[in-house]
Design a protein around this ligand. Sequence first.
Ligand SMILES: Nc1ncnc2c1ncn2[C@@H]1O[C@H](COP(=O)(O)OP(=O)(O)OP(=O)(O)O)[C@@H](O)[C@H]1O
Ligand SMILES: [Mg+2]
Length: 263
Amino acid sequence: MTTPADPAPRTSNIHVGRGEPLVEITDVQKHYGEFQALKDIDLTVNRGEVVVVIGPSGSGKSTLCRTINRLETITSGTITIDGAELPKEGKALASLRADVGMVFQSFNLFAHLSILDNVTLGPIKVKGMKKSDAVALARQLLDRVGIAQQADKLPAQLSGGQQQRVAIARALAMQPKVMLFDEPTSALDPEMINEVLDVMVGLAQDGMTMIVVTHEMGFARKAADRVVFMADGQIVEEATPEEFFTNPKSARAKDFLSKLLTH
Ligand SMILES: Nc1ncnc2c1ncn2[C@@H]1O[C@H](COP(=O)(O)OP(=O)(O)OP(=O)(O)O)[C@@H](O)[C@H]1O
Ligand SMILES: [Mg+2]
């Protein structure tokens, strides 16, 4: 939890309205040509809630994440963030994107910019923040993810786990309402996975609303309020982590978990 000695910048009003719907996905369909990647998706994520999305390869997990910040359009249905429907383009879309932080499997840091500049770029360019304020915020966030000492280095000088923590700090610097993570640890060497998951668990404990695609069951058990299981573009099952991992209901989930557990 946030304590007075740990004034995380994003958390000042994070508990306001906790438990109310923040991301509402209603009857969403998504086609790529003839192929339907998302079918009849209904999902509400409440403020402060942590939802883990799990499911076999090709089930539509990344597509779902990408539609939430409109990296992908949807064919029909609605997606609202904090009551506002996703705008199609322009300034409104840029501002909505700022509300939705996204962390990918590949960190996508700007290779020619220092760690500090990677984190300050968005706040300065998109939010019009004063450079000195952006630097102060970035330093606070880099400290929070445990890499304050690396601020002046280039991305290539950092380990994968450190780079992914920079990517998290960069997303947080936009002061998003919700954070999306798409398999944030699956490109990392095993010894670096925990340092990234620890940062994510801390964020969850601070009350950040999070949608996390991951097969890390330890994270799901520790931090998730709900597990959403997808297969073939549909949400097949939703349950608490405890329920889902110990007593999956659908044959698809049982099959998936048995494969995951034997790896
Ligand atoms: N740009 C695209 N054009 C056509 N088909 C696509 C496109 N992007 C994704 N798909 C298809 O949509 C389906 C869902 O893909 P998606 O990447 O969302 O799956 P996923 O659950 O994230 O899988 P993984 O676990 O492998 O990351 C797949 O069959 C994929 O081939
Ligand atoms: Mg994916």
